[in-house]
Ligand binder design. Structure first.
Ligand code: PAD
Ligand code: ZN
Length: 324
């Protein structure tokens, strides 16, 4: 691909790390309707500013940046109201605009967020999706200090929900996956209970561990009807369920059960600009440790091998990152 000169409001960024997300697999499989083809995928990228347009003042050549895939306009009502993930002119880097599985990316400068030099590029890359998504989900759910929280799915996104739960002050975290190694990592990150859904009855186990009551909050980071229903069944009366994993199938919900138990069902989509700034501060201050989040690294020329690792679950990937 040719490298364009930046327009007056644009930057050219040399990509130094780019995470592979399950949403990339969804785009390839046609699950995400707005993914356009042909496209250079990649939406979790970080790198160094290589060239700046004439009107750019806040960033300069050599600055480290996170490339934000939620390309909001900044001017419509949802943007001005701080919900720019719901922007009326939203475009997605790596799905509709050529993304970060590339040597260089050019974007309007408002989609590049300054990354402090103390945070490695590979951590900066995953902040842009895998790490900030659970922050948004817990803001949506309004997790309160002292709560009990169940996390379904400990992949690149869900594993960070365990740490996020701690930051939101959860007293007890129940981590659910079908991979023992991911469950062990979740315990290392502060989960109190690790439940293997392929070996145990997840809902019964959560109920048993909460004296039959259920948890205050449940989050689903997989996108499967089975685990979405388990999440709904694992919260207490009056509890809140937040669905984050992108589904490929519709869900048959017993609304009478939800209503008569006053269970709140919410959904969480992407994140806001302000939440990325929050995550950067959390990582910079050492409150959020991303040193164990990257399990596999591949050079850009082998990006397809990296994608296979996630697709076939080779070696229990947390986040697979592509580097130049
Ligand atoms: P991933 O493939 O890294 O993780 C999925 C995890 O689910 C793995 O650890 C699996 O072992 C586990 N799993 C699979 N089946 C089961 C099961 N039956 N019971 C328990 N655990 C199971 O994916 P990811 O973390 O990159 O993404 C997770 C989902 O979140 C995916 O659907 C992705 O598209 C979505 C997503 N949503 C948003 C959003 O804003 N809503 C943002 C980013 C990603
Ligand atoms: Zn993603």
């Amino acid at each position: 691909m040719p490298v364009k000169d930046p327009g007056s409001q644009e930057l050219v960024v040399k990509v130094l790390a780019s995470g592979i997300c399950h949403s990339d697999l969804h785009a390839m499989n046609g699950v995400i309707p707005y993914a356009s083809i042909p496209i250079t995928p990649g939406h979790e990228g970080a790198g160094i500013v290589e060239a700046v347009g004439a009107n750019i003042q806040d960033l300069k050549v050599g600055d480290h940046v996170i490339l934000r895939f939620v390309m909001s306009c900044g001017a419509c009502a949802p943007c001005v109201q701080g919900t720019d993930n719901l922007c009326r002119k939203l475009k997605f880097l790596g799905f509709e605009v050529d993304g970060t599985f590339a040597e260089y990316v050019s974007v309007p400068s408002r989609h590049a967020i300054h990354l402090p030099d103390s945070i490695p590029f590979e951590q900066g890359a995953i902040i842009g999706c895998a790490v900030v998504t659970p922050i948004h989900a817990m803001n949506i759910a309004r997790v309160r200090p002292g709560s009990s929280v169940a996390i379904f799915g400990l992949g690149g996104v869900g594993i960070h929900a365990v740490q996020t739960g701690k930051i939101f002050g959860a007293a007890e975290i129940f981590a659910v996956d079908i991979s023992d190694s991911k469950l062990s990592l979740a315990k290392l990150f502060g989960a109190n209970y690790a439940i293997n859904g392929s070996k145990e009855d997840t809902v019964a186990e959560i109920k048993r561990l909460t004296d039959g009551v259920g948890v205050d909050f449940a989050f689903e980071f997989i996108g499967l009807p089975t685990t979405q229903l388990q999440a709904i069944s694992s919260v207490k009366r009056g509890g809140t369920v937040t669905l984050v994993g992108i589904p490929n199938q519709s869900l048959n919900i017993d609304l009478k059960y939800l209503l008569t138990n006053e269970i709140q069902l919410r959904t969480s989509f992407d994140h806001t600009r302000a939440e990325v700034d929050d995550v950067i501060r959390l990582v910079e201050s050492g409150r959020l440790d991303l040193s164990k989040s990257i399990s596999h690294r591949f050079p850009l020329s082998k990006v397809n091998e990296g994608i296979d690792v996630l697709r076939k679950n080779i070696g229990d990937p947390i986040r697979v990152v592509v580097t130049p």
